[in-house]
Design a protein around this ligand. Structure first.
Ligand code: SF4
Length: 334
């Protein structure tokens, strides 16, 4: 339990300013995320130093395909989320207000950084805050990220992007790479399914793009965000607000939690890939048991520069500066 950042008292209630919900929280009650509580006249964070899962994962699993390909990253998550997506694949740790499952273990920032340093010999480059929404773990993430950076480790966020600008801008100086979900370009998708809004997510993408490496993930769900116009709108927005070099991952949906739509057809993923590839330099397909859409091709000479299978890098045709070995084109920008 630790006092939270970004709040103000409003009589006996508390207004939290960490994310765009800006919950007005009654005494002893929780915010929408389920992990910030109005307690004893203060807003406290219940998940500070509490984790639900920790693993050494391939960087590709985040997914990040343009950030130290083939390396590993110590990945850690807690509980809670500020979205309520009925298709969440990590619902047992994210939807704690509903599941009431709150089993976590304690860890200090010193312990976490020591584990990360010890794992360098196994190819670890740093720490990824992932599995559930890292922004609702803000205070612990910020403390760890500052410490990790000072120790020469990289910091990565895997996020829904639903955060207010001030906390985002105060965290970004410590962050090296982010993967942000743009779940749909339809406002009603966010309102109805995620119980949030689209615009703040897009603002997070634009802001992060100026400060660190960013890759975008779009989970394609049949009958909800799987039309040609959905893919065109997403691609056009990325080009206009970030640039044609921002990697885009289309991810295959599988039934989970409260959603039982059938898994995304391969034809739909192929259509999305084809549309995006006409305008973006780097497009990928994830969550399929196939090599399709996993490799990186040089936008200049067209040759394959990174060959992957699953989360494994089989072949890397980049030089030490991240340039194509065949033509010298700059592929990686870190
Ligand atoms: S972080 Fe949690 S408590 Fe704060 S505004 Fe967002 S959902 Fe509400």
């Amino acid at each position: 339990m630790k006092e939270a950042l970004y709040y103000e008292k409003v009589n006996s209630k508390i207004r939290c300013y960490l994310c765009p919900h800006q919950c007005l929280i009654k005494e002893n009650a929780l915010g929408i995320c389920g992990v910030r509580q109005n307690y004893g006249d203060k807003l406290i964070t219940l998940n500070y130093g509490r984790y639900s899962s920790i693993n050494l994962d391939p960087v590709e699993k985040k997914p990040l395909y343009h950030f130290y390909p083939g390396k590993n990253i110590l990945s850690i998550g807690t509980i809670g989320c500020n979205f309520q997506c009925p298709f969440c694949q990590n619902w047992s740790i994210s939807q704690v207000r509903k599941t009431r499952k709150k089993e976590t273990k304690s860890i200090t920032k010193e312990e976490l950084i020591k584990i990360a340093i010890d794992l360098k010999e196994k190819g670890n480059i740093g720490i990824a805050y992932t599995y559930n929404e890292p922004f609702i773990w803000y205070e612990f993430v910020r403390d760890c990220a500052q410490f990790a950076k000072a120790e020469g480790l990289k910091n990565v966020l895997v996020t829904n992007g639903y955060v207010n600008l001030k906390p985002l801008e105060e965290l970004l100086p410590y962050i090296d790479a982010v993967n942000i979900d743009i779940k749909s370009m339809r406002e009603e998708f966010y309102l109805k399914l995620c119980k949030g809004k689209l615009e703040p997510v897009l603002k997070t993408c634009e802001t992060a793009y100026k400060k660190c490496l960013i890759e975008i993930t779009n989970l394609i769900i049949p009958n909800h965000n799987d039309q040609k116009e959905d893919f065109e709108k997403l691609v056009n927005w990325i080009i206009e607000h970030m640039g044609d070099d921002a990697p885009l991952h289309f991810s295959r949906y599988h039934p989970d939690y409260q959603f039982n739509e059938t898994a995304t057809p391969i034809e739909t993923l192929s259509l999305a890939y084809k549309i995006a590839k006409e305008k973006l330099k780097y497009v990928y397909i994830g969550n399929i048991l196939d090599d399709f859409g996993e490799n990186t091709y040089c936008p200049n000479c067209g040759k394959m520069v990174i060959e992957r299978s699953g989360f494994k890098v089989n072949q890397d045709n980049l030089n030490s500066q991240g340039m194509c070995n065949f033509c010298g084109y700059q592929i990686l920008k870190f």
